[in-house]
Structures are given as C-alpha cells and as structure tokens.
Design a protein around this ligand. Structure first.
Ligand SMILES: C[S@@+](CC[C@H](N)C(=O)[O-])C[C@H]1O[C@@H](n2cnc3c(N)ncnc32)[C@H](O)[C@@H]1O
Length: 287
C-alpha cells in the first residue's frame, strides 16, 4: 500500500494544465466575487494560479497575493503569471507559505484582504475549522472568504461500457472517497469537521454564508482536446489509486484497457465520453 501523503511537487504540471483548462470557470466565479473597490485579494493554495489570474482580470487596481506551501508549485505559478500577466495596475505576487503557520500567513498578507479564495485546499489541512478561522481573520470589514469545496464528482462514462462490470465509474468514486478518508486521517492534527462548509464559515464569524453551485457540462461527442483531457484526468485518478488496494484487480485491469491507446476499447476511441460536474463555492462575509 502506498503512503497516504500527497507529493504536491509531482502535481505541479497537472495543476497548471487544470488551471488553464478551467479558465472559463475561474473567470465566471471571479466576476461574481470581485466587488468594486477591492484592493487586496489572496489566493490560498494557488496551484496553477488560475484564480489569481482571473481575479487580476476583474480588479481595476491593487494587488493579488497567491500563496502555496510547495516550492515547485510556487515556481510554476510564477512562471505562468510571468507569461500571462503584464498589466502594471495590478500586481500579482506568489509567495511560499504554509497556511498551517498562521503567524507567517498573517505576516505575508500584511494588512486586511477584501477577498480570500481557497479552492480544493482547506480539506488538505488536519484541522479544517482552524484553517477557516485563520483565513477569516485575514479579512477587512465587508471582506469575503470564498471556499471552493465539494459539489458532485465528475462523471464521464456510461454505466455499461461493454467491458468489465457495469458501474465501473461509480466504484471509482467510492474508492476515491475511501482514499480521501485515509489521506485525511494521516494529516498532522487531523480532526473531524462534522458539518458543512457554510457552517464552518459561520463558526468563523462570517455571516451571512451562502453556497452557489455551478454545473459544468460537455455533452458527447467531445471535441478531441476535451476528450484527451478527460482521458488524462481519468489516467491520473487511476494512477493515484493504483497501489492503494482500493480498486479490485478486475476493475484495475478494465481501467488499464480503457486507458491504453493501443487497446481497441481505449476511451479515446469512444463517442459517448462526456463531462458532467458540479462545483460549489461557499462564501462568508465579515460584517
Ligand atoms: C488540490 S490543489 C488545489 C490547487 C488550486 N487551488 C486549484 O483549485 O486548482 C491543493 C494546493 O494546496 C497547496 N497546499 C497544500 N497544503 C498547503 C498548506 N498547508 N499551505 C499552503 N498551501 C498548501 C498544494 O501545494 C496545492 O497547490
């Protein structure tokens, strides 16, 4: 069984690709989140800097601070920003910060933020409520903390693929859920948070707290670049679970066939692959 720990450095190229592929979603969300007069926005656990760049495009002046705990990801985010951002009215900085070190986070942010964004990040911390409290403490009066967490896992495949047992993708979701439970249990200071993200925001003193969920849908047949992206994403998910014992040998064998371009049943050859996914953003406001 592989160690239940994520090597974020190995994910740097994938996070940059995902941030690029999700550009439209980031822009739609940033458009809703940025308020007139916002001067400081912070992207926590920035990955490929998708949101940092989208926020910059929707603010009229000021500064975006993107932070991440992984040096390789900080470098990748800086490189992407150097390539894509040149407007001197908005400065985008990327800094190396582990947000579990709340003192260092406060010193790096240095001032009060109008908007703090954290996507798929807080669930990687042992004490999620403590992290939400620390992020809420960065806000100016009227500032917003937005957490992109949860929703519905992506679906790509028909229930019966004609290869392996039907329900393959549902069993993948179940295996991922169990993998996630292992990852969480192995985090330093891991504590349960037996309530939803909106409640976590309220407990951090942010009221009102609201949730908006958007559906991403690409019906079949997918254009070739999107089909490649879906197949790569599935390959990455299977790779992550390969040595965990959470997928049966029969299901692993089916996935290996579906993900092998030299096999007749390769997913890249199918016309019924699709994308259906729901992503939630929970927003709390400091009164
Ligand atoms: C799943 S990725 C999400 C990246 C990006 N926010 C997105 O939605 O695509 C989680 C990110 O959080 C970063 N991260 C994990 N633990 C962290 C911590 N304690 N402090 C700061 N960043 C952290 C990882 O390096 C990684 O870039």
């Amino acid at each position: 069984m592989t160690e239940a720990r994520i090597d974020w450095a190995a994910h740097a190229p994938r996070l940059v690709d995902a941030a690029t592929a999700d550009r439209a979603w980031y822009h739609a969300v940033a458009r809703e989140l940025v308020a007139p007069g916002d001067r400081l926005a912070v992207d926590i656990g920035c990955g490929g800097a998708g949101m940092a760049l989208a926020l910059a495009r929707h603010m009229t002046c000021g500064r975006i601070l993107a932070v991440d705990a992984e040096p390789a990801i900080v470098e990748a985010a800086r490189a992407r920003i150097r390539t894509e951002w040149a407007d001197p009215r908005i400065r985008i900085d990327v800094e190396l910060v582990d947000i579990a070190d709340t003192g260092s986070l406060r010193r790096t942010v240095c001032g009060h933020a109008d908007l703090v964004w954290a996507s798929a990040m807080v669930h990687h911390l042992g004490d999620q409520q403590r992290a939400v409290d620390a992020l809420a403490a960065l806000l100016a009066r009227g500032g917003r903390l937005a957490l992109a967490e949860g929703g519905l896992p992506a679906r790509h495949l028909p229930w019966d693929l004609g290869v392996g047992d039907p329900g393959l993708e549902l069993r993948l979701h179940t295996a991922e859920d169990r993998w996630f439970a292992r990852i969480r249990a192995a985090l330093p200071g891991s504590r349960p948070m037996p309530y939803g993200w909106d409640e976590a925001l309220r407990r951090a003193g942010l009221d009102p707290a609201t949730t908006v969920t958007t559906l991403s849908e690409l019906p079949p047949p997918l254009p070739p670049p999107q089909q490649r992206a879906v197949v790569n994403r599935l390959a990455n998910r299977i790779g992550r679970l390969r040595d965990t014992g959470l997928l049966t040998p029969a299901d692993l064998h089916t996935w290996d066939r579906l993900l092998d371009p030299s096999d007749l049943v390769w997913l890249g050859n199918r016309r019924d692959v699709f994308l259906l996914e729901a992503r939630s953003v929970h927003v709390g406001r400091r009164g």
